[in-house]
Each structure stands twice: as C-alpha cells, then as structure tokens.
Write a protein that binds this ligand. Structure first.
Ligand code: TYM
Length: 357
C-alpha cells in the first residue's frame, strides 16, 4: 500500500444521549460525503471506556449509534460501518503512537483538562492517551479527510503532529522500504507514510450550543435534559424543548452581523439553517424581523420533520439487535483488511520482526 488514496474517516462515542449536535455537526455531514469519497464510519467504543461505562448499557449504546448512522442515510454496503473494538489494529497502532506523541502535547489537550476536572490523579490513563488512539483510528486507514464538529479541532491538529513526527523520524526507513510518498514537512521534503489529515469542520452547525445556555456547547453530559434534543426524542419532546429554549427579548435581525453577542439567537438560527441545508443569511432573509413567538414554532416543525423519521427508523432498527451486530461484524471484517496492511507496513518501518509482507 504505497500510495495514499483519498479517504474519509470519522467516529462517534457510544456514550448515550446522542444529540442534535452530534447529528448536525457530524452524522449529517458523514451522509453528504458518501458520493465523493470512500468513507469509514466507526463507533468508537474503546474511547467510550476512558470514562466508566455500565457494561449492560454500552452494548445498547453501540447499537444506537450504529442505528443512527444507518437511519440517517449512511450506506453500510457501499461504505464501512463498524465498532472500533473489533479491529485490534486501532489499539496496536495507538500503542506505537503513544511512543511517538510527547507528554507535553497530550497535557495541552483541552478536552482532557475538561473531562479530568480538578482531580487529574483520578483520571484514567486511557483518558490522557485518548488523542493518540484517535490519531490511530484515522491513520490506520491513512484517512485524508475527517469530518467533525469544532470541538475536535485540537485533536485533529495533534493527529497531524503525530503523523508528521512519525514521517520525520522514520523517513529514511519509509523510503528504503519503498513505502509512502514524498511530502513537504515545512521546507523539507520527506518520504512520508501517513497523510497529514485535513479536518472538515464548518457549516452553520459546527458548534451547536446548549438550548439552556448559549455559552455552553450541547453535550451528552449536561445534567439538564432541556439543554439538548436527543435523537430518540418524540415530536412532543422536540417541540417542548425548542419552546423552552432560552432566548433574549429582541426579534431576529435581518443580517448575520445582527446575531453577534446574541449566542442563543445565533444558535437557533444555526440549527434551522443546518437542518434545512441553508446558510444563516438565508434563514434571516426569511425570518428577519420576526419574534421568537413566530420563529420557534417554525423551528420546532422543521426539527420534528427532519428528526422524527430518523428516530422512528432508529427504533425499527434497534428492535433487531442481531441484525445490527451482524452488520458491524461485516463492517469490521472489511475495515480489518485495510488495517492489517497498514500495521504490516508500520511494524516493518519501526523495525519489528514478523512474517514477511
Ligand atoms: P463525540 O462522540 O464526542 O462526538 C461525535 C461528533 O459530534 C460532534 N459534536 C458536535 N458538533 C457540533 N455541535 C456540538 N455541540 C457537538 N457535540 C459533539 C463532535 O465534534 C464529533 O464530530 N473524539 C471524538 C470521537 C472520535 C473520532 C475519532 C472522531 C474518536 N476517534 C477519529 C473523528 C476521527 C468524540 O469524542 O466525538
């Protein structure tokens, strides 16, 4: 596998409460990339256990994310859908990357600082090493493009740093084995094995905020249920949460600049835009001057129209767990074929002894 082909990889943690931010910031964009790329979409269960997961719930959460992928329109025949723990190469490459990444790099990760909280001594070692595993997910498939929400930007920069250091450290070896391809690192041309992956972050929903507080992102762990719309909410719940969403007292502006310093209004307009494949300016063209009393019901109708069919398809799929599990096994078999080749190359590059390629 000498040349790097264009490929999309992304992952979602099966930690429950899959929400509108996950859908608009990630899953909906996964769907839209399918025509232009070969895509690999992964349920990252190894990442999930960096914080405690109840074993009886974990399996269902893995199936729930898988169901969300399929119900949203990802085609598991054409593309690859699987759960991470079935492909051991992720953990193997992560170990090698643990030896490439530096303590200082990982110590600067804001997600680690947030999740570990004040008592870092009590955080799992896995939570600290989390970004090296994420780099391994991506680079096991030498993926060139990774669609994610804004909150993953720093992790993707780290993935590039790891790829770059690996390419630099082993450049001579990569070249003498006839692997990889020439690439520029700064001003220097090196023979690189791993691509410098490009993040695909953007659109009006790259960072969906809490419905209760426009300064916090919508998250699975917010104690308030009203802060997020989850993919399993029914029409009543969706409408209620939008009706109760925090807003200011003014009407909607007619220009995007008018959303500045109005985080809650900005968030609702962004959600409307993303759900309806528009930009914020077009939403404001339609609703500029309207009060929230008009806009919220329109948003609720739109959200119900888009989310409800996905939710009912998810319920239908989840009623047959064996079918989901078999889909994941088939996806993992296909993923492993690619992963195997990468790991064979990497082991040879590093200098391990094993069967010849
Ligand atoms: P996770 O499971 O926290 O989130 C899954 C995806 O949803 C996006 N997202 C959001 N987008 C917009 N607004 C929000 N409020 C919001 N909340 C979450 C996330 O950015 C993400 O794209 N570390 C990753 C999982 C991962 C991964 C990977 C991603 C593991 N390996 C390799 C890409 C490539 C995570 O925790 O996502």
């Amino acid at each position: 596998m000498s040349n790097i082909e264009e490929r999309v990889f992304s992952g979602i943690q099966p930690t429950g409460n899959l929400h509108l931010g996950n859908y608009l910031g990630a899953i909906k964009r996964f769907v839209s990339l399918q025509d232009d790329y070969n895509c690999i979409y992964c349920v990252v269960d190894l990442h999930a256990i960096t914080v405690w997961q109840e074993p009886s719930e974990l399996a269902n959460n893995i199936r729930e994310v898988t169901a969300a992928f399929i119900a949203s329109g990802i085609d598991p025949q054409k593309h690859i859908v699987f759960n991470q723990s079935q492909v051991a190469e992720h953990a193997e490459l992560a170990w090698i990357f643990n030896c490439v990444a530096r303590m200082g790099w990982l110590s600067r990760m804001t997600q680690f600082k947030e999740k570990a909280g004040k008592d870092r001594e009590k955080a799992s070692v896995g939570l600290f090493a989390y970004p090296a595993l994420m780099a391994a997910d991506i680079l096991t498939y030498r993926a060139t493009h990774v669609p994610v929400g804004e909150d993953q930007k720093q992790h993707l920069e780290l993935t590039r740093d790891i790829a770059q250091k690996f390419n630099n450290d082993f450049s001579d070896r990569i070249s003498s084995l006839g692997l990889g391809e020439p690439m520029m690192v700064g001003d220097e041309k090196v023979q690189g094995y791993f691509p410098l992956t490009e993040p695909l972050i953007g659109g009006p929903a790259a960072r969906v905020m809490s419905l209760r507080d426009g300064s916090k992102k919508m998250s699975k762990s917010d104690p308030s249920d009203l802060s997020r719309i989850v993919m399993t909410d029914d029409a009543d719940a969706i409408s209620k949460k939008i009706r109760k969403a925090k807003t200011d007292a003014d009407g909607l502006p007619s220009e995007v600049e008018g959303l500045k310093n109005r985080p809650e209004a900005d968030n609702l307009v962004g959600i409307y835009a993303a759900l309806n494949d528009m930009d914020k300016a077009s939403v404001l063209k339609e609703f500029g001057g309207a009060q929230f009393g008009t806009f919220k019901p329109a948003l609720a109708d739109l959200a119900v129209a888009k989310i409800d069919p996905i939710a009912s398809e998810m319920r239908r799929l989840q009623a047959d767990p064996a079918e989901i599990d078999s889909l994941l096994v088939k996806g993992a078999d296909r993923a492993r074929e690619i992963a195997n080749r990468t790991l064979a190359d990497v082991k040879e590059i590093v200098g391990f002894v094993g069967p010849r390629r």
